[in-house]
Write a new protein. Structure first.
Lengths: 495, 468
């Protein structure tokens, strides 16, 4: 089920809320939440609940064993089983066809494996459940002895399908004790409607505009302006789509008494690729940093590498070398997390390279560069990355990127693309007002308004009331637009 | 409580949403029905069964039903469209999305015009294209003025890429001018042709030894009236992509050139295209069927040999899109044929789960009178004839007026529309190949407008996607 569906808005949400708040007993609330989460998850493909149950149960048992035993070897062994099981499941559904077909092509075999249907949200819940087992292994968090509570952590419907990736540690206490105040309720619902409006009124319209543009592989030649416009529209679509889901998840979570961490923090005001990723999909970046980057840096190989001494090289050289290799590994994995496709690998490595360049090559230049210029280049870096991210066919990526620098590849070498095409003018004129509004929504306008109100006599209560009325209008508009927009899944569902 | 007002309002949100849901559940029509505005069948309430729930079909169908049954859906869609259009800076801001797509072709044509030598004529044509007024150049056979929409065919046709593109040696569609020269309308790339050839070959391979595959693309009425409304400039049309396809396809595949089949009839001023709708008339469909059958040596049935239910006031898609009352005087004549033999028509899901329904909607004054529009996902017609052969028709909406004329040549005719908005793969319960095998299909007819043919994903991608 998706948040932006009439079924969810008119039946699931009110019904679950009604039942949930019927009693304040935590067992009742957990029970309602668990049943509704499984229903939510299995709504369109019930069979995939089994994969989630398997992953949860495996990690539950392994974590119990890890907590129980004092032998480090046995702990490691159970950690290995949990990781092999969870990642194995993820590998089978997401990467097996990609790997086997790649190997088959490499060795000239005719073998072809059909890509299995991907259980929705598998990447998200696998990472969640792994973070739990790893935290238990590192003794950062106590083991959960009640299997249904662990299942609730994994399956809790607000964040189950497209994040944010919630660490067990962050909500462990809320699984046994939580309270929703009326202020939490209204704030959560308001946040949910903000997300819904972003999805329906901004992301879906940006998507419709994008579909109208000329894209690589459509048979029509891209123009220079068209290539930039479509990259820009995709940047708008993916940001509003994904951040909308996070807003809705955080909002419903708050209504239900959970406090999920922010997943987006206005990434399009970033002034470096590093800052961009501290503001974009924060929970994924944090996960990779804490569960891959740090363990890698602490691993024997890289510790040894960073401590290596040589008369010809400085100490920093080896430390930087280890950091660069780890960074590239982590970013390649980040790319692969998004999907088993060459473009995602390239996309990950591209960001890894940007991080390395920023930190080790251009650090001094960047320190002296004015903020506006840094912002401009960061946006270009982001737009290029979205082009790589958008196409699964790499030849289309290269066509689009070439068009962005005014070139096209032909049989006789490179040619020059048109500066602008009619379609681009058409789309631009049709969506110009929308694009201005969307750009404004990428900025922390809310914060500015709050700051402004803070300087006036308008009370917080009045501002909140006006905001709620505006959101009521946006809710109505979103539902009206939803009626005309048939299937509108979130982009991140496919991960 | 710090924000009492907001708390009460947000609580009301939930209550109102739930009330709306309950009302919708209680009051929404449960049967499938036609939408003239959207030119499609709106979903009915899905049936609950263990199978449909486990396969997820019920849940998908339920969401579609809710959306399709939403209170005053037509007005809601019209409101949201108007709102979007209001923010557009385009002169054509008032047109809807479909029209906006169609404008693409108009722009491509304008580009092509610039290549013409006669500047004066070029200007005149550009002006005529930009007008939404009616022209008096031609009169239709019933004496009414013939209109031309400013919007030309078609959705995703490939526009000419360069202004100075020469058409020699290319596959293209053209309008023939009275001075003997030609005006290009759109081109077909080698790559697209090869993709369609591969698709046709794959479908041919799915049939038995004596099986045949027939492919045709039908121009939209906008293109026909661009010619018919400017008879001083144009005197014919043509297309050679069919030749390009014929040269490459395997044996047993027949590519029919519809512009060529209709050319003489068009020149005779016959009523082959609706004035206020983008479809061809059943007369055109009948000509197409007869030409195809004649070429294979079969006897044909003339259009007039059938009986028809006639509606004189048919206001089609151009009228709906334009919302101009003065267009009403151009109302079309809708002739809905009665088959010569008693037929049975079924909607089919999961290969053989059949629901019997009427073949034609004789009471309906819209194009969906033909076979109730596109729905299914599959349909099977028991024709009442005994020929020992079964046909499969893969089509878009142009196929619904074509299908009735092919009934005399087959015992069973299986029909489907594989366009993503119309095809429900889950409900189909099998691939096209499964249906071919299950019904013992001998011949396949691919009947689609230029919007769905060589330059479109329908032919380039979906046909292959759904084959297996």
């Amino acid at each position: 089920m998706v948040f932006s569906s009439l079924t969810f808005l008119m039946f699931f949400l009110p019904l679950v809320m009604g039942l949930y708040f019927l009693r304040s007993n935590i067992r009742w609330r957990n029970g309602i939440l668990l049943v509704s989460s499984l229903l939510f998850y299995g709504w369109s493909d019930p069979v995939w609940i089994l994969a989630m149950l398997f992953s949860t149960f495996l990690n539950y048992v392994c974590a119990l064993r890890i907590a129980k035993t004092k032998h480090s070897f046995i702990k490691r062994w159970y950690l290995f089983i949990s990781m092999a099981g969870s990642l194995g499941l993820l590998f089978y559904f997401k990467y097996s066809a990609f790997t086997l077909n790649g190997l088959s092509a490499l060795f000239g075999s005719d073998f072809r494996m059909d890509t299995p249907v991907l259980p929705i949200g598998i990447s998200f819940y696998t990472f969640q459940v792994l973070s739990y087992t790893l935290d238990v292994y590192w003794e950062k968090t106590p083991v959960q002895k009640k299997p249904l509570r662990l299942l609730l952590y994994v399956s809790c419907f607000p964040q189950l399908i497209a994040g944010p990736i919630v660490r067990y540690d962050d909500i462990e206490q809320r699984l046994s004790k939580r309270y929703t105040s009326p202020d939490d309720f209204q704030a959560g619902m308001r946040r949910f409607v903000v997300g819904l409006s972003k999805k329906v009124l901004l992301a879906n319209i940006a998507g419709a505009a994008l579909n109208e543009t000329v894209l690589a592989g459509s048979g029509t030649q891209l123009s220079f302006a068209g290539a930039w416009l479509s990259a820009f529209l995709y940047a708008l679509q993916i940001y509003f789509d994904f951040s909308a889901y996070s807003d809705m998840a955080i909002g419903i979570g708050r209504v239900l008494g959970f406090e999920y961490k922010e997943n987006f923090d206005y990434p399009y005001i970033s002034r470096s690729a590093g800052e961009f990723w501290r503001r974009w999909h924060i929970s994924l970046g944090t996960w990779f940093r804490e569960y891959l980057m740090y363990p890698l840096m602490r691993s024997r190989i890289f510790r040894k590498m960073s401590m290596k001494k040589s008369p010809n090289r400085s100490k920093m050289y080896y430390r930087n070398k280890a950091t660069i290799i780890c960074t590239m590994i982590v970013w390649m994995c980040t790319g692969l997390w998004h999907g088993a496709s060459l473009n995602f690998v390239v996309w990950g490595l591209y960001y890894g390279l940007m991080m390395v360049l920023e930190k080790f090559v251009f650090d001094k230049i960047l320190a002296k560069t004015p903020g506006v210029i840094k912002w401009f280049f960061t946006m270009i870096v982001a737009l290029v990355s979205f082009v790589i991210f958008y196409y699964t066919d790499f030849s289309h990526v290269s066509q689009h990127l070439l068009a962005m620098v005014g070139l096209r590849a032909g049989e006789g070498g490179f040619g020059v693309v048109r500066l602008i095409d009619d379609k681009t003018v058409e789309v631009f004129k049709t969506y110009a007002v929308f694009m201005v509004i969307a750009c404004a929504c990428c900025l922390p306008v809310g914060k500015w308004i709050r700051d402004l109100l803070g300087k006036t006599t308008v009370t917080d209560r009045t501002a909140n009331g006006i905001g709620t009325l505006i959101l009521s209008g946006l809710l109505v508009m979103s539902i009206l637009f939803l009626v005309g927009q048939s299937f509108n899944p979130f982009i991140y569902f496919r991960f | 409580m710090k924000h009492r007002f907001s708390f009460i309002v947000t609580l009301w949100w939930l209550l109102l949403l739930m009330s709306a849901g309950v009302f919708l559940l209680a009051l929404a029509p449960r049967e499938e029905r036609l939408s003239d505005t959207e030119n499609r069948t709106l979903s009915g309430r899905p049936e609950v069964s263990a199978d449909s729930v486990l396969s997820g079909e019920f849940m998908t169908g339920f969401e579609s039903w809710l959306s399709d049954s939403f209170f005053t859906r037509d007005s809601v869609i019209s409101f949201t469209d108007t709102l979007l259009a209001a923010t557009s800076l385009n002169e054509e801001g008032e047109v809807d999305m479909e029209e906006r797509l169609l404008l693409e072709q108009k722009k491509a044509e304008e580009l092509l015009k610039e290549t013409e030598e006669e500047t004066a004529e070029k200007t005149e044509e550009a002006e005529s294209l930009n007008e939404t007024e009616f022209h008096n150049d031609t009169e239709s056979d019933d004496g009414a003025e013939v209109s031309v929409s400013a919007i030309e065919d078609t959705e995703t046709e490939m526009p000419a890429e360069e202004e100075d593109q020469a058409f020699e040696g290319k596959a293209w569609f053209w309008l023939e001018k009275t001075d003997g020269s030609k005006t290009g309308v759109y081109t077909f790339s080698e790559k697209n042709i090869d993709t369609v050839v591969n698709m046709l070959n794959a479908y041919r391979d799915a049939l038995g030894e004596d099986g045949t595959v027939h492919y045709m693309q039908i121009p939209f009425s906008q293109l026909a009236y661009r010619w018919l409304n400017n008879t001083k400039t144009y005197c014919g049309w043509g297309c050679n992509v069919e030749d390009a396809l014929r040269a490459k396809v395997n044996d047993g595949i027949y590519v029919h050139n519809i512009p060529e089949i209709l050319l003489e009839h068009m020149q005779n001023g016959e009523y082959l295209y609706y004035r206020l709708d983008h479809h061809w008339t059943p007369l055109s469909a009948s000509y197409a069927v007869n030409a195809m059958m004649e070429s294979q040596g079969y006897p044909t049935v003339d259009y007039d040999e059938y009986e028809y239910t006639v509606h004189e006031k048919f206001y089609g898609s151009h009228y709906d899109a334009s919302d101009m009352d003065r267009m009403r005087k151009l109302a079309d004549r809708l002739e809905v044929m009665h088959p010569l033999m008693p037929t049975k028509h079924y909607l089919v899901k999961r290969l053989d789960e059949k629901t019997e329904t009427e073949l034609m909607n004789y009471n309906h004054k819209s194009y969906t009178a033909f076979m109730f529009g596109t729905r299914g996902p599959w349909r099977v017609i028991d024709t009442g004839y005994d020929t020992g052969r079964t046909a499969l028709i893969i089509c878009d909406s142009f196929g619904t007026s074509f299908t009735p004329y092919i009934l005399p040549y087959y015992d069973t005719v299986v029909v489907t529309d594989l366009r993503p908005d119309y095809y429900d793969k889950k409900a189909a319960g099998g691939s096209v190949r499964d249906y071919i095998e299950h019904y013992g299909v001998d011949d396949i007819y691919m009947v689609m407008s230029t919007v769905s043919s060589v330059n479109n994903q329908y032919s380039l991608s979906y046909m292959m996607k759904y084959l297996d």
